[in-house]
Design a binder for this molecule. Structure first.
Ligand code: GLN
Length: 482
């Protein structure tokens, strides 16, 4: 059931929440062995007693919070007090945070329940959830396929009906990619709109937390809860909270006509099936809005710049995992620091993470810094200028979210460059900090998603088009058989 319906149900009878909790845990019991969406599942008894405490506090006597009891899957790189937070890595296998991330505090303040931490690529580095140190997650729509990544556990939990709504994080596409591959809605907010206090950092100039849901209304609801200024995150924008549901309703009422830019290179560069499905999806609203073809001629360069910057920042962010301040604990008595450090990092990090730390250190090293890192930063500025110029002509830009359908498990390992290049559409919003959404577009035997990018802080516009498309495609509230 959509979250906006659950809220209505529980507001007339708060005790119905227990039947709902049972139904989600029954579903987990039935499908989780095959899907593997979670790294940690909170025992049902704990959820029960948490809800009972809330009810005793008088939440059922009129003053009860809006999203009481709604069960949310949270990506395992977001700190949850008292619930293990591994970041998909052996390095943090036994880490139990002593505090909540700001977004978690916000979820709790409206009565939501975190019932599980979802699987992810190790330290969010990947596009398939296969680099998780624990196990890969499978796509509920086809168990031989990946669910995308790195927030693949969140997408799979939604598509398999194991959570009502979810949080992901997106550095280079990690919300939009798994949303596309699991047929759900996912939004990467404008950089600075959602606090990252308590998010385990990958590449700080691009990391963002964002909502994932099975329909646009739920997506707007969750964005409303998690967004807003936070003093504890120095990159947080000094803005008052916005009610995105209200903003969405207003736009749906006024129905403004917009200009939609069809990103030529990204459609042309996609697989045939993907192109057909996404094109016919966007076409559904082109008779109402004005659709024009636009071009950003350096999409491949954007991928290179993204990976240089992401790896450089990762090599610096991950230096803290030394076994002393953070990370795996190994015997230290009578040993020198280099030996301890080497052991911790050899055992704690997986192959992909090590590769990126090495490459990131390389692009920042003397002599190579100007050639790679500084050039990538210059490219980033130029891309932003091009995008800004484009946004004086169009309101949003459309492209396939992913240029290929969900690959088979293991397929990407045969060609590591191909996996990086598959981020061609998503990295544009990441490098510029602009908001972008994945909207389920249709089937080509497998789920296919459409991406829209818009100007900074124009999330309501993205939600508006998403709602219009959802109305036409009816691709909402879908749960796979598994
Ligand atoms: N696939 C991209 C990467 O591996 C994006 C990951 C992300 O957004 N966290 O870096």
């Amino acid at each position: 059931m959509p979250v906006y319906r659950l809220i209505e149900e529980f507001s007339s009878d708060a005790y119905k929440v227990f039947e709902y909790v049972d139904s989600i845990y029954d579903r987990i019991k039935r499908v989780e062995d095959r899907v593997k969406a979670f790294i940690t599942i909170v025992p049902k008894e704990e959820v029960y007693s948490y809800l009972e405490t809330l009810l005793k506090r008088g939440y059922n006597s009129g003053s009860y919070p809006k999203l009481f009891g709604v069960m949310i899957g949270v990506k395992d790189n977001i700190s949850t007090k008292g619930i293990r937070t591994t970041c998909g890595s052996k390095m943090l296998e036994n880490y139990i945070p002593p505090y909540d991330a700001t977004v978690i505090e916000k979820l709790k303040s409206v009565g939501m329940v975190i019932h599980g931490k979802t699987n992810m690529d190790e330290f969010a580095m990947g596009s398939t959830t296969e680099t998780s140190a624990f196990y890969p997650t499978r796509n509920p729509w086809n168990l031989d396929r990946v669910p995308g990544g790195s927030s693949g556990g969140s997408g799979a939990a939604l598509a398999a009906g194991e959570a009502s709504i979810a949080l992901g994080s997106d550095t280079g596409g990690s919300i939009r990619n798994p949303a596309a591959y699991t047929m759900v809605y996912g939004l990467r907010p404008t950089y600075g709109l959602v606090s990252r206090y308590g998010l385990i950092a990958y590449a700080s100039s691009m990391d963002q937390i964002g909502p994932m849901a099975r329909n646009t209304t739920d997506l707007a609801l969750l964005l409303t809860i998690i967004s807003g200024h936070d003093q504890r995150d120095s990159t947080s924008l000094p803005l008052h909270s916005i009610d995105y549901l209200k903003a969405l309703d207003e736009l749906l009422y006024k129905e403004p006509r917009l200009r939609i830019g069809i990103l030529k290179e990204l459609f042309e560069g996609s697989d045939d099936g993907v192109r057909k499905v996404t094109y016919s999806c966007i076409d559904k609203i082109c008779s109402y809005h004005e659709c024009i073809e636009v071009s950003i001629p350096y999409t491949k360069e954007a991928v290179a710049a993204y990976y240089i910057i992401a790896m450089a920042e990762a090599s610096s962010n991950l230096a803290r995992f030394d076994g002393i301040r953070y990370g795996l604990k190994v015997p230290v008595e009578g040993r020198n620091w280099v030996d301890v450090y080497t052991e911790v990092r050899t055992k704690g990090f997986g192959y992909e993470v090590k590769k990126r730390i090495a490459l990131g250190t390389y692009v920042l090293s003397m002599g190579y810094r100007d050639m790679y890192y500084i050039r990538a930063l210059r490219f980033r500025r130029m891309l932003k200028e091009k995008l800004d110029a484009m946004f004086s002509k169009v309101d949003v830009m459309a492209s396939p979210t992913m240029p290929i359908p969900p690959p088979r498990l293991g397929e990407f390992f045969e060609d590591p460059l191909k996996i990086y290049l598959a981020d061609v559409s998503t990295v544009i919003a990441s490098l510029t900090g602009y908001p972008a959404i994945n909207i389920p577009a249709g089937w080509n035997g497998l789920p296919i998603g459409l991406q829209l990018i818009s100007r900074p802080l124009s999330e309501p516009i993205l939600l508006y088009i998403s709602a219009q498309l959802e109305e036409r495609t009816k691709l909402r509230d879908l749960i796979a058989e598994v």
